[in-house]
Design a protein around this ligand. Structure first.
Ligand SMILES: [Zn+2]
Ligand SMILES: [Zn+2]
Length: 630
């Protein structure tokens, strides 16, 4: 007989109300009165899940019960043990002590998000061989059941620990897993290449998702050349556009692809990626680096992805082993023409001391085998520190001669544009699950509007920082660009980064990011072209004379009816157009006033486009910079 056995009378469906049972057979010394048996279940990647087991109302949701041997009085209590400090949602104060006890016992990397059902021995004692049966979602008193986590997984783990007397150390008794199945399919995501050449076959993939965003079915099909079949609503006055509608008759669902532009001998293709995701190596994450890339390639249908785990998480306990996991996954999944990965990490807690803060920055590498350096003392001294200041990290990386790039992520309200590293910072994140951090005049600002003006991406541009734009998720569920984010529980949509690259190789993607041929979206694969005097997003224009006019071209093909298109110039909206509910938009705008430079850089100016479509979709082009001749 196993010490721990978890089972359910019906299959557990993600996000549903259900019942499951944990049977425990005690071993070893007795558990005395005042002692405790704790069932902890793994909710890493599910920090928005707040269904604690309760033992007070048998008719309410999440009712839990327990049976044990005769003569032993038991009491139940549900709470959270989390890598983050207390108080948790149930109001209970938990010190780091218990979370580190769990972490040390279970060996689950840096992150910890357990919900715990504590079975306290009020009177009597439990002997070896005694059996406890805990029922989660006991419906016998009218309860509708207990909420199942939103992530489908083949191995939802429960652990059982004992404290053999009041205050005794936590001891691991055993564990078991149960399957969480996806729910019925509700949504069909259809993805096609954004740019194709005439006569090219068009690979189209579709993924059916359940209500929680779990994949139910994935299909890839090949379509004949789009040329000739494209409708006649050319974008940019030139190229035909198409969108492919797919009906999955087996599932009874249909979906429409992103816009596809047919381009004769395209100079660049458009590739879609997410370069700001976390795995089990960061706080709260569950999936491994391998599972992260698997999701990115096969469920999110991305062309490229990068893990940006916190340096403090990688550095906890065993940095060498963890960094190797990141490198191995990046190397194993990197496949030219199919899916590109970039090794990297997030510099998160550097310079935490007052007056030293410079904000979170992600570092990405071209090489397969770059070194890892950490800046954080997070984790009660379990992590080591190699440097404190960003300038020191740059020196360390320069010394080992690796190709790297820095991306500021402005969502954490700490970006200090004075602590900018001009040689290596090429991009800034304008959107993540935390919200928009482009500027203050955005519909879903980061941190409920708390981002200080001087920390936004636009504040950086206004200081003359020449950074292009990315968007990502900052997801901690190990699922890049997941359509529905559960790890923060705030229902925001993911961000995506589009890059104009010559081909789908790591070198070409890195090159495109480095040269800022990027734009950011709130998840939708909106097609967006911008140019100033013929120079595309990310590029620079040297004006022939100080008064020379700037001709700005913007062309959009959307994935929903267009609401508005803004042209932003030097810190303000220069022009705005009503999208009129159309699915395509193109404009040429001549800016004839002599250019007033930026206050911080009088000979520099920038232009970028911002697109709004129905349903909250947005896109931001990287700026094109204009340099006035002296
Ligand atoms: Zn961060
Ligand atoms: Zn992050």
């Amino acid at each position: 007989m196993r010490a721990v056995h978890v089972s359910s009378p019906e299959p557990l469906i993600a996000g549903s109300l259900a019942t499951w049972e944990c049977r425990i057979v005690l071993r070893g010394a007795p558990v005395e009165g005042g002692g405790c048996v704790k069932i902890a279940y793994d909710l890493r990647g599910e920090s928005g899940y707040n269904a604690f087991p309760q033992a007070t109302d048998p008719a309410a949701a999440n009712f839990a019960s327990v049976t044990g041997p005769d003569g032993v009085e038991l009491a139940l209590e549900g709470y959270r043990s989390h890598h983050n400090r207390p108080p948790d949602d149930s109001g209970r104060q938990l010190g780091d002590t218990e979370s580190y006890d769990w972490r040390d016992l279970l060996g689950i990397y840096s992150s910890l998000n357990l919900h715990v059902l504590a079975i306290r021995i009020m009177s009597g004692r439990l002997e070896a061989g005694d059996e406890l049966r805990a029922t989660f979602g006991d419906t016998s008193g009218g309860s509708p059941g207990m909420t199942v986590p939103g992530q489908a997984k083949p191995d939802w783990r429960h652990w059982v620990c004992v404290e053999r007397a009041a205050g005794a150390p936590l001891e691991l008794l055993g564990g078991d897993t149960v399957i969480v199945h996806p729910g019925p399919p509700e949504r069909l995501v259809v993805v096609a290449p954004s740019i194709v050449a005439p006569e090219e076959e068009v690979p189209v993939a579709h993924v059916a998702l359940d209500a929680c965003g779990n994949p139910v079915r994935r299909v890839r099909v090949q379509f004949p050349a789009a040329a000739g079949e494209a409708d006649d609503s050319p974008m940019d006055g030139a190229n035909p556009l198409d969108r492919i509608r797919i009906e999955d008759q087996r599932l009874g669902l249909s979906g429409q692809s992103n816009p596809i532009e047919v381009v004769e001998e395209p100079r660049y293709r458009l590739f879609w990626g997410e370069i700001h995701g976390h795995t089990c190596l960061s706080d709260g994450g569950q999936r491994t680096p391998d599972q992260f890339y698997h999701w990115g390639r096969d469920t999110a249908l991305l062309d490229f992805a990068a893990i940006a785990d916190h340096d403090f998480g990688i550095a906890l306990y065993d940095p060498e082993k963890h960094w190797q996991m990141v490198l191995d996954a990046a190397r194993d999944f990197n496949e030219s023409g199919r899916f590109v990965t970039l090794p990297g990490w997030e510099i998160s807690h550097a310079g935490e001391a007052a007056g030293q803060r410079y904000g979170h920055k992600n570092v990405y590498f071209l090489d397969d085998d770059p070194p890892f350096f950490t800046s954080s003392t997070y984790g009660g001294g379990r992590a080591s520190v190699d440097y404190t200041h960003i300038e020191e990290l740059v020196e360390l990386l320069e010394r080992v001669r690796v190709s790297f790039m820095l991306v500021d992520h402005t969502s954490h309200m700490q970006t200090d544009w004075e602590r900018f590293v001009p040689e290596y910072t090429r991009l800034v994140e304008v959107y993540s699950l935390f919200g928009c951090s482009e500027a203050k005049d955005v519909p879903v600002p980061t941190g409920a509007g708390r981002i200080p003006e001087q920390c936004t991406a636009r504040a950086g541009l206004d200081r003359g920082r020449m950074v292009g734009f990315t968007a990502g998720t900052d997801s901690h569920m190990g699922a890049p660009a997941a359509w529905r984010e559960t790890s923060f529980g705030h229902g925001k949509v993911p961000g995506l980064t589009a890059v104009w690259a010559t081909e789908l190789t790591r070198h070409a993607i890195f090159d495109a990011l480095w040269h800022r041929r990027t734009y950011a979206t709130r998840g939708e694969r909106i097609l967006l072209h911008t140019a100033v005097n013929g120079r595309m997003m990310g590029e620079e224009v040297l004006l022939p004379q100080p008064e020379a006019p700037r001709r700005v071209a913007i062309a959009v093909a959307s994935t929903a009816p267009l609401e508005r298109i803004d042209l932003i110039h030097n810190g303000a909206t220069l022009a705005s157009w009503d999208g009129g509910g159309n699915w395509e938009f193109a404009v040429e705008y001549e800016h004839t006033e002599p250019m007033a430079g930026l206050a911080a850089e009088p000979d520099l100016g920038y232009y970028y486009a911002r697109v709004f479509q129905d349903g909250g979709g947005m896109a931001w082009s990287s700026p094109t910079w204009v340099i006035r001749p002296c």
